[in-house]
Design a protein around this ligand. Sequence first.
Ligand SMILES: *[C@@H]1O[C@H](CO)[C@@H](O)[C@H](O)[C@H]1NC(C)=O
Ligand SMILES: *[C@@H]1O[C@H](CO)[C@@H](O)[C@H](O)[C@H]1NC(C)=O
Length: 292
Amino acid sequence: MHQTTLLSVLGAATAVLGHPLKHNGHAGNATIKCPIVFDGRIKTASVLADFDSYSTSIFNPDYVKGGTLKWSEIIKFPNTGANARFDDADYKPFEVTLSDNSIFQTQKGFRRAGLQFQGDTNNDSPAATGIKTIHFSVKQDAQRPLNLTHEYLNVWHEAADYSANQFNFEVGTILGQTGLPKNTFKVLNRQNKQIWSTPVEKSDWQNFAITLDFNKNTLQVYYSKGDDPLKSVTQAVSNNNAGGGQYQIGLLKKPTGTSDVVNAGYQESKINEGQIYGSLFIEDSAGGCVSL
Ligand SMILES: *[C@@H]1O[C@H](CO)[C@@H](O)[C@H](O)[C@H]1NC(C)=O
Ligand SMILES: *[C@@H]1O[C@H](CO)[C@@H](O)[C@H](O)[C@H]1NC(C)=O
C-alpha cells in the first residue's frame, strides 16, 4: 500500500477508536466514601482478554456462562457517551451480552452470563456479613435490546445452598406476576415480592444501590438517574438475608411457556442482547456509611 494511503487509513482508525476516555465522553465525579469490599469497576486500560484469566480478571473467569464461550467474547466495551457516576477517568463501562450459546452446563431453559467477584466465596464471603451495599449503574444498548416479554435477573445474591436468592434486581415480565409492568426495573425480596420498581430509561444511566444488613435482616434501596446523587427510595425493609452465598451481575433470561424454567420452555434463536453496567462495587456500610 502507498505510504500516504496507509497513514490516512491509520489516522481514520485512530479518530474512530479515539482515546478511551474521550471516546466515552465525560468521566464520573461521585466519590466513594466507604471502604470497598469488592471493586467491580473496569479500568480504562483493561482489554477484553483480561476477563479470561484469574491473574487479570477481577471476576471469576470460569463462571457463570456458556461452556463454549470465553468472557472476552461475552463482554463488550460500549461507547456510552458518559461514564456512570462512580466511574471516574480511571474506569469505563462494560456490557454483558447473551447469544444462543449462553447456555450454562445443561440449563437449556436459561440464557445466562453472570459475573461473580473473585473472592466472593459461596461460604463465609466478606460481602455476606455485617452491613454491605452493592452499587451498580445500568444503561440500555439500542443495538442489543432486551426482550421484555421475558423475565431477566440482572443482579442478585443467591444463597449458598442455591435454594433462594436473598434479593433479585430484575427487568421484564416476571413469571407468575404478569400484573407487574414489563418495562420496569424491579427489586424483589427473598419471597420474590416486589418492594420497589422504576421505569426502564432508554438512554440515561440509572444508578442503584442495595444495602443488605446481615445482622438485622433488612434491605434498603437507593436510586438516581444520570449524574444525580443517590437517594433512598425505600426504608430498611425486613428481609431474610441468611444463608450466605454469592452476588451475580449480568443477565439471566428465563424462557416462556414452561414451569421448568431451568431446563425447558421457549427461547428465540439468534438473540443478540446486552445490559450495560458501570460503577459496580460493594462497600462496607458499617455505621450506616453509604456513598451517595
Ligand atoms: C459532576 O459532573 C456533573 C455532570 O458533568 C456536573 O453537573 C457536576 O457539576 C459535577 N460535580 C462536581 C462536584 O464536579
Ligand atoms: C420476544 O420474545 C417472545 C417470546 O420469546 C417472542 O415471541 C418475540 O418474537 C420476541 N420479540 C422480539 C422483538 O424479539
